[in-house]
Write a protein that binds this ligand. Structure first.
Ligand code: BGC
Length: 747
């Protein structure tokens, strides 16, 4: 009943336009309102709007797992009334009940709308990375890399819809997500926050997420404003460590790293967070070229940019490009930063005010930044109602959300190896379960779950199932034996585990990573920890069939054990329903359909990606990963046939239609992600061997076949030329899908 009610409520919301016509449809209206409001504002009020502080800055105690967070009303009043701050963010460091969020947001908006001269509401922002991270009991989806493994736009869109609904139910209208960085360094500890290594996949899934999260009007009750991050070039740190320099040339920047952001803006993004690190010696927050020349002058982006955590200060304290805190603020604002995530104090406000008064930052630039911020505030509908919509609570963590979450988790799991069809398992076997990822929910979820690092197991919901619990519930406790064997990096009882394993029919070896987020997740060696390899060796030595389950945020190297293991499943953090989904796959209640959204490296010094250049795989070099990007097996078999192009020769402005027939030749129903690659054979800027330009996920009954059509547009054929502009060069191209290939010529 609760669910029917919540669906009805949502339908009501979805079918009514907002009273004021704010949002996309009323853009001119909004511009007028912004100009009017701006004309009434003092410099202090303007600089306040550009200031964002963390909830901790206005709290009595930080709020930890043992101490409930408490607002400090005096500090809050100081922030909102004295410093006129425009935005507050996040929490430290634990999720709150939905009712508590309502209280916090209401107190903030009470002050903003009753005690300030112009009654400008505060824009509250939060990191709702894979769901409403910081609201207790929320629907927490697979992390982005796992969502990308589904190659399913619909699921990604739904995850955006549900996340917006649940943060809005918590009273929060702004989400610092999606991450549109491309995961091109496998060691980077934020790899799992990305949609993988491919520019097209990241762009397409980013677009799907935004469509779900914002709809066509994010002032709607169940929609929220998203924030693209981290602009741009953050994800290819030379060392693989977080917040270390990237060395990206202008062409590569445009060909890879900027494209998803442009797609995100075209899909309706109105806010962008800036790269916390540096590219080619220029910190993201001082990069005029990216923040103004490209974002504004070339792309005409109308929304606002927000700094990352403390990053304006860091231009002075960490990057040494500014020789004082004042210079850091001047540099960042003049480069194009509109809002500063300060986040603990009001130094940005004080400094910027002084700089404006001294004429070191022109008022024109302040008006520009504040205008952009107010515009987004109008677009969110905050001026009409800044308070939480209590009736959304009924749909919070609704059963339908859990069902979608389970669908996503199942589709995100990748079967990379299945010798002699060991999987799926029959339900009458004695299973031995071992390893550090077997019996914890936190390993399924990773960072940004309940806390920043996601590693407080005691705070996880009791009703959700770990892998072990899900396997037990599937085949009965009496058929399952568990010993951990080892922690992530320290052996516990490996020999006992081996003895117990010998008494069972099959071993479920659960290895991988502990949760982490950002810099704490840096590693010096991508090889899986020694203790875990040792446990694997001992399990293999029992002679029993071994199924390896890798639960990890990035591909940890396993070349020393891989060839001796019978079946391997990989999950890049499947979320709160992950345990259930894995058990469904293990016992054949679901058929795996995930594919790798990254290249899985075999060797520690070989990070060659799938869309490498020819030179990387010729004359002694080779692409020799453990598994290729796009690899993933099923319990059924698919046969591809009839790859057909609408033409052999096309003109420059013409589209090409590509069709392919896919047939389920096995005995069970299955889903298949059909991937289309394009190779430009010769061009002035060395071409990659191939690049993904289309993907479709289909479901087929045994014996069923379907024909899929892809449309290749001139854009798919283009590349960034020597002059840094998009180019199309005549010549030959090859389309490949599965093992089939067809050539065509562009005149
Ligand atoms: C992260 C961002 C995040 C911000 C606010 C930073 O440390 O880099 O991704 O949105 O904190 O929590």
């Amino acid at each position: 009943m609760k669910n029917i009610l919540s669906i009805l409520l949502l339908l009501l919301f979805v079918s009514y336009p907002t009273v004021t016509g704010s949002g996309k449809n009323g853009k001119d209206e909004i511009d007028k309102k912004v100009r009017k409001l701006l004309s009434k504002m003092t410099i202090e009020e303007k600089v306040g709007q550009m200031t964002q502080v963390t909830l901790q800055a206005v709290s009595k105690i930080k709020g930890t797992k043992d101490q409930h967070h408490e607002l400090d009303l005096e500090k809050l009043e100081k922030a909102i009334v004295k410093y006129k701050v425009g935005s507050i963010l996040n929490v430290y460091d634990v999720s709150h009940e939905i009712e508590y969020w309502h209280e916090v947001i209401s107190k903030i908006q009470d002050l903003a709308t009753n005690k300030t001269r112009l009654k400008i509401p505060v824009l509250y922002g939060i990191d709702a990375i894979h769901g409403a991270t910081y609201t207790k009991g929320s629907t927490l989806f697979p992390q982005a890399l796992a969502m990308a493994s589904t190659f399913n736009r619909k699921l990604v869109k739904v995850s955006g819809e549900i996340t917006s609904r649940e943060i809005k139910a918590s009273g929060i209208p702004w989400n610092f997500y999606p991450v549109l960085d491309i995961g091109r360094h496998p060691a980077w500890p934020r790899l799992w926050e990305t949609f993988g290594e491919d520019v097209y996949l990241v762009s397409e899934l980013g677009k799907a997420y935004i469509e779900g999260a914002q709809g066509s009007d994010f002032s709607m009750p169940d929609k929220a404003a998203i924030c693209l991050k981290h602009f741009a070039g953050y994800s290819l740190p030379h060392t693989g460590k977080d917040r270390t320099p990237a060395l990206i040339g202008e062409r590569m920047m445009r060909e890879y790293f900027l494209k998803p952001f442009k797609t995100g803006i075209d899909a309706g993004a109105e806010t962008i967070m800036i790269n916390s690190s540096e590219v080619d010696g220029i910190p993201g927050h001082a990069n005029y070229h990216l923040l103004t020349e490209i974002l504004r002058n070339e792309w005409n982006f109308k929304g606002f940019t927000v700094s990352d955590w403390e990053d304006i200060k860091r231009l002075y304290t960490r990057d040494n490009v500014a020789d004082s805190p004042e210079e850091a603020v001047r540099m960042a604002v003049m480069a194009g930063v509109d809002m500063s995530m300060v986040p603990y104090d009001f130094s940005f406000y004080e400094i910027l005010l002084k700089l404006v008064k001294e004429g070191k930052v022109p008022l024109r630039r302040i008006d520009e930044a504040v205008g952009r911020i107010l515009r987004v505030k109008f677009m969110t509908g905050l001026f009409d109602n800044p308070y939480p919509l209590k009736n959304l609570v009924t749909s919070f963590a609704a059963d339908e959300h859990t069902i979608k979450n389970l669908d996503a988790a199942r589709e995100s799991i990748i079967l990379v190896k299945n010798e002699n069809n060991l999987l799926p398992l029959s339900k009458n076997l004695k299973v031995f379960v071992t390893g550090p990822t077997a019996d914890k929910l936190m390993v399924l979820n990773g960072g940004w779950t309940i806390t920043w690092q996601g590693n407080e197991e005691s705070l996880y919901p009791e009703e959700k199932l770990t892998i072990l619990e899900a396997v037990e519930s599937k085949i009965g406790k009496s058929n399952v034996t568990f010993l951990p064997g080892t922690d992530f990096s320290k052996a516990i009882n490996i020999q006992d585990a081996a003895d117990a394993a010998r008494k069972c029919d099959v071993i479920l070896l659960c290895l991988g990573e502990a949760p982490y987020c950002e810099t704490p997740g840096n590693v010096n060696d991508l090889t899986l920890d020694k203790a875990q390899i040792e446990l694997a060796d001992e399990m293999i030595n029992t002679g029993k069939p071994v199924i390896l389950l890798l639960i990890e945020g990035r591909p940890r190297i396993i070349n020393s054990i891989e060839s001796r293991i019978n079946s391997i499943l990989i999950s890049f953090l499947p979320g709160m329903e992950g345990g259930k989904a894995i058990a469904d796959i293990l016992f054949g209640d679901a058929n795996p359909s995930g594919k790798l959204p990254v290249t899985y490296p075999k060797y520690i010094n070989d990070f060659t990606l799938y869309d490498h250049k020819h030179i990387e795989a010729k004359e002694g070099n080779s692409y020799n990963p453990q598994w290729e990007f796009g690899h993933g097996l099923s319990y059924t078999t698919f046969q591809y046939s009839n790859l057909t192009l609408s033409k052999d020769i096309i003109n420059r402005n013409e589209n090409l239609s590509v069709s392919i027939n896919v047939h389920n030749t096995g005995n069970v129903k299955g889903s298949e992600a059909v991937l289309l690659y394009l190779s430009d054979l010769y061009r002035v800027v060395s071409p990659p061997v191939k690049q993904l330009k289309g993907f479709e996920k289909i479901e087929l009954e045994p014996g069923q076949s379907k024909t899929i059509e892809f449309i290749l547009t001139p854009e798919h054929l283009s590349f960034i030329g020597i002059d840094y502009k998009s180019k199309i060069e005549p010549g030959k191209f090859i389309v490949s899908i599965g093992n089939l290939k067809k050539e065509f010529t562009l005149k």
